[in-house]
Design a protein. Structure first.
Length: 173
């Protein structure tokens, strides 16, 4: 009887110590975006490895969780390469807010921004949006505007002078 109790105790201690030594890490993701699905999938695959658990943590946008990763409060975050550069160099959408502790672990997918229209719309090319109302200023996904500005520039358009913006949301909000 004592031998069975001793073996049970050893097994229980071994199981508890394994749980105690397993590491849980977080990955910041943006709610309702591709990063949401990618972060959940990444977390699932990483968690298959014994000794490590990854949990996806949804935020309103990467500009919210980038400072948490920089401060060491969150281990990982899914963001695009332009935003990573802006955060480290204190430029673009991160003026005056340098995040020197960020490191790129992997470049997994390209980040693209697009304008969607109805199939029967007369708009066929991006230059056709000249003078049309177009949404802009995404406060939780601030990197979209500079990417969109690049597309507009390639079509010889300027969001401030050439076409009207639907300014329901201000860029600096």
């Amino acid at each position: 009887m004592k031998k069975g109790l001793f073996i049970t105790l050893i097994v229980a201690v071994a199981l508890m110590s394994t749980a105690a030594f397993s590491q849980t890490v977080g990955v910041g993701i943006t709610k309702g975006s591709f990063a949401n699905q990618a972060g959940q999938s990444l977390s699932k695959v990483v968690s298959l490895k014994p000794g490590i658990q990854m949990r996806s943590q949804p935020f309103g946008g990467s500009s919210v969780y980038v400072p948490a990763v920089n401060a060491g409060k969150l281990e990982f975050g899914l963001e695009n390469e332009l935003e990573s550069l802006n955060a480290v160099t204190s430029t673009g959408i991160y003026p005056g807010s340098k995040h020197p502790n960020l490191r790129v672990v992997s470049a997994t997918i390209p980040f693209r921004v697009a304008i969607f229209i109805k199939k029967d719309s007369p708009i066929k090319l991006i230059k056709d949006i000249k003078g049309k109302r177009v949404s802009s200023g995404w406060p939780s996904q601030r990197i979209i505007q500079p990417l969109m500005d690049g597309q507009l520039d390639n079509a010889d358009l300027d969001r401030d002078h050439t076409w009207r913006l639907d300014l329901r949301v201000r860029m600096d909000a």
